[in-house]
Design a protein around this ligand. Structure first.
Ligand code: HEM
Length: 242
């Protein structure tokens, strides 16, 4: 029911006290006080883009999905959300770490979702420990530091006790954790998927995203400076071509 007035509290007289019987006022205050907009536990900071999908080569021998059938077919209903694995939604865009992107194809046969990371390997090979890995990566609860960074013992204790994460760590030490732009990073589905064609024949597939602009990364100093690390600005000079 639309209420007639949700801007002025019920009062006794023009300038009188507010009245407890104004339950609309009470309800509005209560809703506001309890309001919490939950943040994603991972990939919290992200950006979206609408786009289109063009099929360069028919995949119909492998899959019966409509948008993989006809070569040259353009599929205009696509949405991608690019995001950073770690860091809260207010963290800076150029912190070092894997990027993710989730692609949603709105097809005549329903929505088709694909997630990818900018690294070809994952931090674990057993999903059971993902929560522990993220808890180890998350900032200290008492001061929310380090934000969007692995610079604390928790994380390295986790790595030391989980050798499966070493390959992922090698990638974090490469130039890949600081992409120059969302359009200049590769993507990998990491997970293996299954295509089934109209004869019911199944094959395993993985998805790789190769950017037309090529892979380009920021130097660490530039990534930190763009991200607002003023202390660093003073110590490093760089020219815009780096
Ligand atoms: C054990 C494995 C994994 C777990 C438990 C996990 C869990 C999650 C959770 C809880 C979210 C937040 C969802 C939300 O609140 O909307 C998320 C987001 C995401 N994950 Fe994972 N994840 C796993 C593996 C992966 C892998 C292997 C990839 C990439 C290949 C990936 C890519 C992403 C992306 C791109 C997002 C952001 C989705 C969006 O933009 O809406 N994750 N994941």
């Amino acid at each position: 029911m639309k209420i007639s007035n949700d801007e002025n509290t019920l009062k006794a007289g023009d300038r009188g006290p507010a009245l407890m019987e104004d339950f609309h006022f009470i309800e509005k205050q209560m809703n506001f006080d309890q309001e919490r907009i939950p943040e994603r536990v991972v990939q919290a900071r992200g950006f979206g883009a609408h786009g289109e999908f063009e099929l360069y080569k028919s995949m119909k021998q492998y899959t019966k999905a409509c948008f993989y059938k006809n070569q040259g077919q353009r599929h205009p209903y696509l949405f991608v959300r690019f995001s950073k694995l770690q860091g809260n939604k207010g963290s800076s865009d150029t912190t070092l770490g894997p990027r993710g992107f989730s692609t949603k194809f709105y097809t005549a046969e329903g929505s088709y979702d694909l997630v990818a990371l900018s690294f070809p390997v994952f931090i674990l090979n057993d999903a059971f420990k993902l929560a522990d890995a993220i808890h180890a990566l998350n900032p200290e609860p008492h001061n929310d530091i380090p934000q969007a960074s692995a610079a604390h013992d928790n994380f390295w204790d986790f790595v030391a006790n989980n050798q499966a994460s070493v390959h992922f760590i090698m990638w974090t030490m490469s130039d890949r954790p600081a992409p120059r732009s969302w359009r200049m990073m590769e993507g990998d589905s990491i997970n293996t998927f299954q295509f089934v064609n109209k004869n019911g024949k199944a094959i395993f597939v993985r998805f790789h995203w190769k950017p037309d602009l090529g892979v380009h990364s920021l130097l660490m100093e530039k990534a930190l400076t763009i991200g607002g690390n003023s202390i660093l600005c003073k110590h490093f000079t760089f020219n815009s071509e780096n």
